[in-house]
Design a protein around this ligand. Structure first.
Ligand code: CU
Length: 171
């Protein structure tokens, strides 16, 4: 009994310790979801905007870190409660900026890819369960080799999305 209690308090101590390290960022700690599994792809700062009234789609962003010494190719993404998620990129074509689906996104060995407005982004469609600001949904990324990484994505408001945009930073 005593042992179990000590173990739990140790866990909560390290949890608060980890959260404290992020306080310099000046924004919500819950956006710093870090999930790493055996394949070594880390998903950071994943967020998706709640659908605007009458909108058929919404955008999401995250940063991917490949901790392995081999490239990782992501072929699809899924978010709990959404009928469809696509990975998009913006391209310039004849002076017009448009977006198109990405069939294979490569995160180079030891490299990272930042999803951001005007670049790579997630596009969510067809909500089966309405996205509510403040909640966290399961995010799954599928690799070309059949592996997957499970993480979480935070639902934010339009205002949150733009307030973070102004001070994103590199590690
Ligand atoms: Cu898009």
């Amino acid at each position: 009994m005593r042992k179990a209690f000590a173990f739990v308090s140790l866990l909560s101590l390290s949890f608060f310790g980890a959260a404290h390290n992020h306080q310099h960022d000046g924004h919500d700690h819950h956006q710093h979801q870090v999930v790493q599994d055996s394949v070594g792809l880390q998903v950071n700062k994943a967020k998706i905007r709640a659908f605007l009234p009458a909108a058929k789609s919404t955008a999401g962003y995250m940063t991917l870190h490949n901790n392995t010494d081999k490239p990782i190719t992501i072929v699809s993404a899924k978010i709990e409660g959404l009928g469809r998620v696509e990975i998009h990129e913006h391209i310039h074509s004849n002076g017009i900026m448009k977006m198109q689906p990405v069939k294979a996104l490569i995160v180079s060995a030891k490299g990272h890819v930042e999803f951001k407005p005007g670049g790579y982004h997630l596009m969510g469609f067809d909500p089966k369960i309405k996205l509510k600001v403040g909640e966290t949904r399961k995010l799954t990324l599928y690799f070309s080799g059949g592996e997957k990484v499970e993480s979480t994505i935070k639902v934010v408001s339009l205002k949150d999305e733009f307030s973070n945009e102004s001070h994103h930073h590199h590690h």
